[in-house]
Design a protein around this ligand. Structure first.
Ligand code: PRT
Ligand code: ZN
Length: 210
């Protein structure tokens, strides 16, 4: 039987469960469970923190996973990206205090940038030939410039409201992300067939959503 990892709680939890349920796969809300058996499809659901999903899928602890592309790109574990799921849309962007005279990426040379996504940012700066100081912090990245910890931030943006309320402006959009279905590389042929049945159902839901 296939096992799929989804976010236990947080922004992607409810929409992951809704998508499966629209596809006729009833899944328990996670509550205090780590794992449960779905109804309507031979599937086991593993509830994890989103940060742990790429590794769990890469190692085969779960065969499939639903997680933000941002987490897949940051963690860098080898997984197969099977399909985009049309929810959880956001982008990873560089932002600076609105009082900054920003005239392009060269601004970041030798500057301090706070982020929870150091790997994606390091790759981007390397590609652009920018040497900057990347400071990894978990959470509340957007307050780093105001408290003097950083000259700019690299963080998730969706409406942009959080940036505005912290006096920041988005200056470079680096990565567009949404929830994606990922798979462990090298699933056996039975699991491949089951995965195809699942993606067939998911695709028809996404098509009908338009
Ligand atoms: O507990 P766990 O580790 O599982 O969850 P988490 O707290 O790490 O993640 P969670 O639930 O906050 O987000 C899960 C995923 O949702 C992210 O990895 C993204 O793929 C996706 N996503 C989509 C977002 C947003 N939109 C988003 N807006 N994740 C975070 N945000 C943050 C953003 O950083 C900002 O601080 O929400 C705030 C509001 O954004 P604005 O621009 O609308 O103001
Ligand atoms: Zn997380």
């Amino acid at each position: 039987m296939l096992r799929i990892a989804i976010q236990a709680k947080g922004r992607l939890n409810e929409q992951s469960i809704d998508l499966l349920s629209e596809a006729g796969i009833r899944v328990a809300e996670s509550k205090r469970k780590l794992i449960s058996r779905a109804e309507g499809f031979p599937l086991e659901v593993l509830y994890l923190r989103d940060d742990d999903i790429p590794q769990a899928v890469s190692m085969g602890v779960a065969d499939l996973g639903i997680v933000g592309l941002n987490e897949v790109a940051e963690k860098g574990f080898p997984v197969e990206q099977i399909m985009d799921l049309g929810f959880g849309g956001c982008r990873l962007s560089l932002a600076v205090p609105k009082t900054t005279a920003y005239e392009g990426l060269a601004f970041f040379r030798g500057r301090r940038v706070a982020t929870s996504y150091p790997n994606i940012l390091a790759r981007y700066f390397a590609e652009k030939g920018i040497e900057a100081e990347i400071h990894t912090i978990e959470g509340s990245v957007e307050i780093a410039p105001a408290v003097g910890m950083a000259d700019g931030i690299f963080d998730i943006v969706s409406s942009g409201g959080t940036l505005i309320s912290n006096g920041l402006v988005e200056v470079e959009k680096v990565l567009f992300s949404e929830a994606v279905l990922i798979a462990c590389p090298g699933l056996d042929s039975d699991k491949r067939r089951e995965t195809e049945q699942l993606t067939f159902r998911l695709n028809s839901i996404l098509d009908s959503r338009g």
